[in-house]
Design a protein around this ligand. Sequence first.
Ligand code: PBG
Length: 335
Amino acid sequence: MSDYLLETKFPTTRMRRTRASGWLRRLVQENTLTPDDLIWPLFVVDGENQRQSVELMPGVDRLSIDLLVESISTAVEFGISAIALFPHVDQSLKTPVAYEAVNPDNLVCRAVRAVKEAKLDVGVICDVALDPFNSDGHDGIVLGGEVVNDETIEILCRQAVIQAEAGCDVIAPSDMMDGRVGAIREALDKSGFQNVVIMSYAVKYASGFYGPFRNAVGSDVALIGSKETYQMNPTNSDEALREVALDISEGADMIMVKPGLSYLDVVHRVKKKFEMPTFAYNVSGEYAMVKVASEQGCIDYNKTVMEMLVGFKRAGADGILTYHALDAAQLMKSG
Ligand code: PBG
């Protein structure tokens, strides 16, 4: 604390003075949340006119492509900047080597093409990882009981390229294999996608907060073992800075920290140290905590959502991936 702060004293200094009325509180406000800061993750399923509720995420649905496009156009009306797509593919399409991940006509690629055809002013972000397509639920290929790094990267590169071909604006590797950002950058560039952005899940922890998501994409059905050999140990934050440094050196344009709420210190350290566009993923389990607690009458939904989201901004995030995005954008519009 600087010296002049130590010298300020009551009663000359009264902190409550600038909290006394609404206009004054607004005037001295340090951080603001706007719909520009929001990325809305959405779950997509095959079929037409399909809306399936996600059991562990009350208020969140899996949508078929037609309804997905409608929802996204609503989000655009409320000013949301970007959406992130996650597929729930039929169990029969899942194999140990995740063939479906590199099928140019898979659910994600069809969804991207449909969103692009609607010509909406919104960024489309696609995950690069094998878990929605893999019969064992892992983000990489399992060989001899191990999630193998370099073999997985080759498949991730193809997955990134077919998503870019479908029109995806931002490739978001969430798999945590070593060296994948550089390999994906090279593969995209070679295929003529120099301007496709990479938003790296550089810091992704082996978290208990992903449970509802795995249920939403169906990767929980067969998940064997844990993801601790590739996702980070929740006790570490120096290691997070090394992960970010590597991904930047390999060509990441944007950095993500995930999950969000339990890792705001990491968001802060990453933003301070690297001054890169930095995002926090307010993940499925965090969504469920707020949603279920508010449904039980424990907390006020609107108030806690806005408080939580501005908290990410205060920690240093430039934007937030959150299942609350549409609710929050609607609240902002209604003041
Ligand atoms: C996997 C992936 C996960 C999430 C996004 N991408 C889950 C996992 O690592 O098992 C979780 C997102 C959430 O919980 O909302 N590639």
